[in-house]
Design a protein around this ligand. Sequence first.
Ligand code: BG6
Length: 287
Amino acid sequence: MEKSGLIIFSKGNGGLPLLKVHTPMSDAEIYLHGAHVTHFQRKGEEPLLFLSGSSRFEEGQPIRGGIPIIFPWFGPREGKLMHGFARNHPWELKEIDTNPDQSITLAFEFPLPAEATGFPKFSAKYFVTVGESLTLQLQIVNESLENLTLEDCLHTYFTVGEISAVTVSGLKGADYLDKVEGLARKKETAEQISFSGETDRAYLGTTATTEIHDAKLRRRIIIEKEGSRSTVVWNPWIAKAKLMPDFGDEEYLRMVCVEAGNVLENRRVLAPGNVSSLKMRLSTAGI
Ligand code: BG6
């Protein structure tokens, strides 16, 4: 058995800087662009994350798949980029640590781009731990003298065997805004959510662990979170997939997004000097 981890600095798609992380338990790939984790795979298992074969890999554009960091706003904002600017710019790698369990933690910082002008001054750090599971933590500090209002979301794309064989549990009883029906407010009544059309829901006021049950890949994906009051569930389905230039027409069959964050009415207001932390742990188990 391999004794220690290894990190390889290389060039990824589009020539963008890419870190390849190898631990005795798993492998991962992280682009500095967006501090974007595009790949995680436990030894002997299928990849955990979905990455589109049509993704762009360009400065100023988000990568389609993996784990885009959505910040400081979620969704559209008039005259501005969809889902904020954190996913469209390079982050800096600041530290690499090997933990006693042989997992590796990488710490990234976000040099503020021009779009941050006009925002109260903040700093953003992101910690990625690659091991038996994959753990992500986004930390924002309000460095200004006024309140900082923010939305954040780890917009995770999971690989699934076939969307019709997938259910998501853990959200029963939660209120959600249904984006497919003009943000209609509804209450989740299903123990297991299944997919048979475009699904785009922001579940609010929920801190629950969710689980993806994948009958085809014969695995469960467990999504634990801290510092998150919203869970977004998304699959574009047929018509929307066709409209997205950076997503294959058939790729909706092999992915589902279950995203942890604080969005819409769960947005956060950080007082001067305060810190917010959004954490997500992704693990797998057999069925
Ligand atoms: C989801 C939103 O989180 O992200 C959807 O709820 C949106 O409405 C999707 O379509 C993808 O957004 P984007 O900007 O990455 O195409």
